[in-house]
Design a protein around this ligand. Sequence first.
Ligand code: DUC
Ligand code: ZN
Ligand code: ZN
Length: 468
Amino acid sequence: MSTILIKNGQIVTATDDYVADILVQDGRVHTIGKEIEVGADIPVHDASGLLVLPGGVDVHTHLEFNFGDFETIDDFETGTRSAAFGGTTTLVDFCNQGDKTPMDALEGWHKRAEKACVDVSAHVILNKVDDEALAQMRGLIHDEGISSFKLFTAYPGIFMVDDAGLFKAMRQARDNNAMICVHAENGGVIEVLIQEALAAGHTGPKYHEATRPSIMEGEATQRVITISELAEAPVYIVHLSASEALDAVTRARDRGVPVFAETCPHYLFLDKQEYERPGFEAAKFVMTPPLRECSHQHDLWRGLKTDDLQVISTDHCPFCFHEQPNGILYSKQQGVDNFNKIPNGAPGVETRLPLVFDGGVHKHQMSINRFVQLTATAPAKLFGLFPRKGTIAVGSDADIVIFDPNQKWTIKAEQQHSKIDYTLFEGKEIMGKVRKVFLGGRLIVEEGTWHGKRGMGKFVKRGNAGKI
Ligand code: DUC
Ligand code: ZN
Ligand code: ZN
């Protein structure tokens, strides 16, 4: 493998910020120092005046993901390439159990993930917590390097598990140093509200939001936390959107309970006004949980500041707005007459780092160390990837982003590298841009040009999860 030198950049980790050189050898950081000398044959990347960041770690994506009747549009090649252009070099994607055993589901996921262009792992979604699934959790954790699982308290008949299943899975995770991630909304109540809305002739996309009230995210989050306390297991709340849910997390953390939570850029930058867009446009914003009142955004930024929220991930779950020539199942148009048939999910894997840098570091007094912690270090630690991923240190994988903190640009769907035909942030002006991306020391993105290869991403076996 080759050697490269990244020179004179401002190296930022969750704790440090200094100017130095990085010598990369055999895919890893070999030396960090001042004025490192190399031979004329060694490629040198001058990062003067630029930030040198650990590659982003996004622990919430859905690539080639089967969601009820729908499938997300990005496969592992397009989704991971899009991630790379946005400075993210490791994904922890969701592997859906569906009607298989968890082990068989993982085998299918591995086949699909062979195309990945950045490094990947998976959380396995359990929708049936029976003895077989509980037994297989042990093998998944210890033999397969899968140290986290996702369970749902929503989507009855598709993903939802009952409290008993949640409790059993949490205890199994606790005994094996793994972590349960939960989609926390009250699926039963939501189903009643959906049926009532449809019966009243309310079919437009804005009723997606109206039927998923934030207090039912708060209720489910509190219930999940209470069950995790009894199970004495760490728990991770995914895609937290609501103040009520954040309150539950904050109260528990204040008591010393090991509860962790992520939010996503769309909850930080957008609000439910988007559902008032004319025609069917609002369907682009149908993700779950839905966008909330503006006041929730303020609470989420507070949570990021006080470490009641530890991670920003994307929940990249892309369904095209327009029908696709050979795959109607990929499109939001499925729900043009019925909001309950709009596939739930939105894109975002490519814009996370720049959006959070612009909104956080430039506009919300977030330090650049905290930015790195939220987007790389904390997710790597919580999900058993650290210190291989999530930092720049001697021995770490040389997944490195050269980032210009002051470059201005405008988000446009046509310039993104996902297969999706829209972005939630069309026309938004951003300060902060990815210039170069290295995966295991190989230059894969250079000033908007792709140098990577389909299949070059590796599956990463993960260690213990649930500690930070
Ligand atoms: N949950 C997710 O994690 N992603 C997409 C939609 C959902 O309900
Ligand atoms: Zn979810
Ligand atoms: Zn998701």
